[in-house]
Design a protein around this ligand. Structure first.
Ligand code: PEP
Length: 252
């Protein structure tokens, strides 16, 4: 059985106190929820990771980073390394979010290096990818997704996939209020599993959790999560309100 995951990407939101408060509220809200085979993840900003890890102690909430640099150290002003994250108890990192690809020019090649570093350090990656609106309009979305996966991930070995979570996030659905239909999500997730099977084998493809991201809310989560190849969600806006995030967790 594949692990289900609901992950909240807080982006550039929540200061130290707000982060701690949100985690405490979430802790309380899901205390009695049976999270069978389900992981609950939140991704605060770098400066609030250490205090968030503390706040989440003895709870079902995992705290992860939104990004990291591929190098272990050196002249990379403003960056954070895998070891620095591990030292404060962060073992998982989101890589390749479309906002990083778009606003910070993160390339497939840089992402491939980040993935390698994550695996070398024994960490886990939530690897994000997805097509732009023009790709979908020109019916290029499958080719774009395939190339993002090939270039960013397919250099890893079959055994490394246990440390990879995929997050398919069509860029046109992120923060726009526009959601891919459950059928569109299922179609793409099945395609993704298919190309992983082709490149590796069925065991790897069947095991990897593939999250959907893009305007998931309590109102649409259940239908999206009901699709057989959708193993949970990467949530932006709706992860900032405990009521909404809990509603999404309960939909899984
Ligand atoms: C995201 O940023 O990963 C995301 C899915 O955002 P939203 O849920 O706000 O569309």
């Amino acid at each position: 059985m594949r692990t289900k995951i609901v992950a909240g990407n807080w982006k550039l939101n929540n200061d130290k106190e707000e982060s701690k408060k949100l985690i405490k509220k979430l802790k309380k809200a899901i205390k009695d929820t049976k999270l069978k085979n389900t992981r609950v993840i939140v991704a605060p900003t770098f400066v609030n990771l250490a205090s968030s890890v503390k706040a989440a102690k003895k709870s079902k909430i995992e705290v992860v980073a939104q990004n990291m640099h591929q190098a272990s150290n050196g002249a990379f002003t403003g960056e954070v390394s895998a070891d620095m994250l591990k030292a404060i108890g962060v073992e998982t990192v989101i890589l390749g979010h479309s906002e990083r690809r778009t606003y910070f020019n993160e390339t497939d090649a840089a992402l491939a290096e980040k993935v390698t570093t994550v695996l070398e350090k024994g960490m886990e990656a939530i690897f994000c990818f997805g097509e732009l609106l023009e790709d979908r309009k020109s019916e290029n979305h499958f080719a774009v997704v395939e190339s993002q996966l090939k270039n960013g991930l397919f250099h890893i070995e079959a055994k490394d996939w246990k440390n990879i979570i995929l997050a398919y996030e069509p860029v046109w659905a992120i923060g726009t209020g526009e959601t891919a239909s459950p059928e569109q999500a299922q179609e793409m997730h099945a395609f993704i599993r298919g190309i992983i099977e082709k490149q590796y084998d069925k065991k790897v493809a069947d095991k990897v959790s593939i999250l959907y991201g893009g305007s998931v809310k309590p109102a649409n989560a259940e239908e999206i999560f009901s699709k057989p190849d959708v193993d949970g969600g990467l949530i932006g806006g709706a992860a900032l309100k405990v009521e909404d995030f809990t509603g999404i967790i309960n939909a899984i």
